[in-house]
Write a protein of this length. Structure first.
Ligand code: FAD
Length: 549
């Protein structure tokens, strides 16, 4: 077992990747690849994972950030999916209680809306049963007055009541990263910023990849008995390098979100509400912001630079203003946006929202195993299916036996919380240490929901010469911690995925930009030219996040 996951380990990881023959090599460091890596290595397989950008830089940092039971799939009679993702919520919450946080959701029943009173009541009841919802979290049906008491901002004229039920909120990128880190501690060789360019074959069977490491600018070959393509929206681009001719293909759909200040849309609860066109949207309070999403439109443009378009933004604004009609949000209220692509399996004749979210595994003639579809929430089960297949292959083709699945009992941080109550108590202790800060409680919550008990290590770094820490000292310590323990290489990794400064605190990011760049510059010994280049990239990222086209 290794103890660190740092930039400093890169040279050693590269050497291992070149010298070893792995049981399984996974392409893609999103939640799907991360889940497979942890499952495989914890069953005893020699495992490697390669990611072309930063971990979770694809769809796995662009979701609605819910670990949810998929209530909307009931509408499509996808009972199996509701059962599976619903059961998974409870398991993932147990593995990382600070990252998968219970969140009550209101589903308003509106005159002429998607779900009437009967369908909401019966739907949520089935949902409770299928998703194994605990007694205290079982759905309640609310009258109009009870609903307005809980959420006075709702459109009151057409409101008939609401369903009140439980979901879980997460930080998708951090969840992915904690799974990746855990796989690395188990001994998997994992590298970001290295792209699989080609497959290598022997006797028409794929047994390796050629990889370009963009940091050392070196090309290496990695050998493995089995190769898994978990490249999300890029799954088909990789299959095209192998053989895609006989198989189903992907249908990508785009979803965007917008972020406004909580004061502009001061919701007390998360709401799952009707858009005027009959689709359902989420409005979710988080830190001191509220975010709204998502859209679902077929997509066949560039995979590298997904733009948030003005029509999509206007659609979300219009829908939110319809439901919260005393609040008229405008384009100027939008502080940040993000866009992501769902890697779904093409189903001819179905609209974007109708396409099933179920995952599928494809095995090509050369033996390349590809997986697509699915949800963040179901990552562990998707991984189980792939690793069961690998296990089976090892047994039949190599007479080698591996353990059965372990991931349901592997906590996703080194020092895990027992339950939600312990998370809340820990937030109180951190708040006690930071209570002199203007937003001490908010800062304590942010740190704990981001880093869990690793917050102690961050405060230890920050405290070396100081008792009363400033926000700047904490920020510097977070940067140092994530470079030394979370394979951060670029400022965008830190602001966009190790923390959510970019999406949920872009003002602080703008204020602290120079400090962040200076910290990275000191750590990585950038010259002036490198500093200017990274500054330009960070400015562009901030611009792209706060503008639409
Ligand atoms: P990705 O996260 O895209 O990972 C694939 C990785 O492969 C990328 O990081 C990419 O850089 C890498 N890669 C590609 N090519 C190569 C190569 N040649 N070499 C090396 N690496 C390569 N699910 C939920 O459960 N809850 C939600 O609330 C939710 N909301 C969503 C909202 C939106 C708008 C969208 C788009 C999706 C949502 N989902 C949600 C679904 C969920 O986010 C995705 O199913 C999941 O993140 C997909 O993960 P992935 O690992 O398959 O793909």
């Amino acid at each position: 077992m290794r103890n660190t996951f740092s930039f400093k380990d890169r040279k050693e990881i590269l050497q291992n990747l070149e010298n070893e023959t792995y049981d399984v090599l996974i392409i893609g460091g999103g939640i799907t690849g991360a889940g497979i890596a942890l499952d495989a290595v914890s069953r005893g397989m020699k495992t490697a994972l390669i990611e072309k950008g930063d971990f979770a830089s694809g769809t796995s940092s662009k979701s609605t950030k819910l670990i949810h039971g998929g209530l909307r799939y009931l509408k499509h009679f996808d009972f199996w999916l509701v059962y599976e993702v619903g059961s998974e919520r409870a398991i993932v919450h147990k593995l990382a209680p600070h990252l998968v946080v219970p969140k009550k959701m209101i589903l308003p029943i509106i005159e002429g809306g998607t779900y009437g009173t009967w369908l909401t009541s019966v739907g949520l009841k089935i949902y409770d049963l299928l998703a194994h919802v605990s007694e205290e979290d079982k759905r309640k049906m609310l009258t109009k007055n009870e609903t307005l008491e809980l959420e006075p901002l709702l459109l009151s004229d057409a409101l008939k009541g609401a369903g009140y039920y439980a979901e879980y909120r997460t930080d998708d990128a951090r969840l992915t990263l904690e799974v990746i880190k855990t796989a690395a501690y188990f001994g998997a060789s994992i590298l970001n910023y290295s792209e699989v360019k080609e497959f290598i074959y022997e006797n028409n069977k794929v047994n390796g990849v050629r990889v370009f490491d963009t940091i050392s600018e070196k090309t290496i070959e990695i050998k493995a008995k089995y190769i898994v393509n978990a490249a999300g929206p890029w799954v088909d681009s990789l299959r095209e390098k192998d053989d895609i001719s006989t198989e189903k293909q992907l249908q990508l759909t785009k979803g965007i979100h917008i972020v406004v200040d909580h004061e502009k849309l001061p919701l007390k609860n998360a709401i799952y509400f009707d858009a005027p066109d009959g689709r359902m949207l989420f409005a979710i309070p988080r830190e001191n912001k509220t975010y709204i999403g998502t859209t679902d439109t077929k997509y066949d443009e560039s995979l590298e630079n997904i733009k948030v378009s003005m029509p999509d933004v206007l659609y979300l604004l219009h829908s939110a203003n319809h439901m919260f009609y005393n609040i008229q949000l405008s384009l100027n209220d939008i502080e940040a946006t993000w866009a992501g692509l769902r890697p779904l399996i093409l189903q001819q004749g179905k609209s974007a929202s109708e396409i099933s979210r179920k995952d599928e595994i494809f095995v090509s003639k050369s033996g390349l195993i590809s997986i697509a579809g699915g949800k963040l929430t179901g990552y562990r089960k998707m991984a189980e299916r792939v690793v069961d297949l690998l296990s089976d292959n090892f047994r039949k083709q190599h007479r080698q036996k591996f353990k059965s699945i372990q991931t349901h009992k592997i906590p996703l941080t080194k020092n895990k919380f027992k339950n939600n109550e312990e998370v809340e108590k820990y937030i109180d202790t951190i708040f006690f240490k930071l209570k002199y800060l203007e937003n001490g409680l908010l800062e304590a919550k942010r740190l704990v929901h981001t880093f869990g008990k690793q917050t102690d290590e961050i405060l230890k770094i920050a405290c070396i010469n100081n008792e009363e820490l400033t926000i700047e000292e904490i920020l510097k310590a977070e940067i140092q911690y994530s470079i030394e323990n979370e394979m951060v290489i670029k400022p965008e990794d830190f602001v966009g995925r190790r923390t959510s400064l970019l999406l949920f605190n872009i003002e602080k990011l703008k204020e602290q930009k120079e400090l962040i760049l200076n910290e990275f510059s000191n750590y990585f010994s950038w010259n002036e030219e490198q500093f200017e280049e990274e500054k330009k990239k960070l400015d562009q990222l901030i611009y792209d996040t706060s503008n639409f086209y």
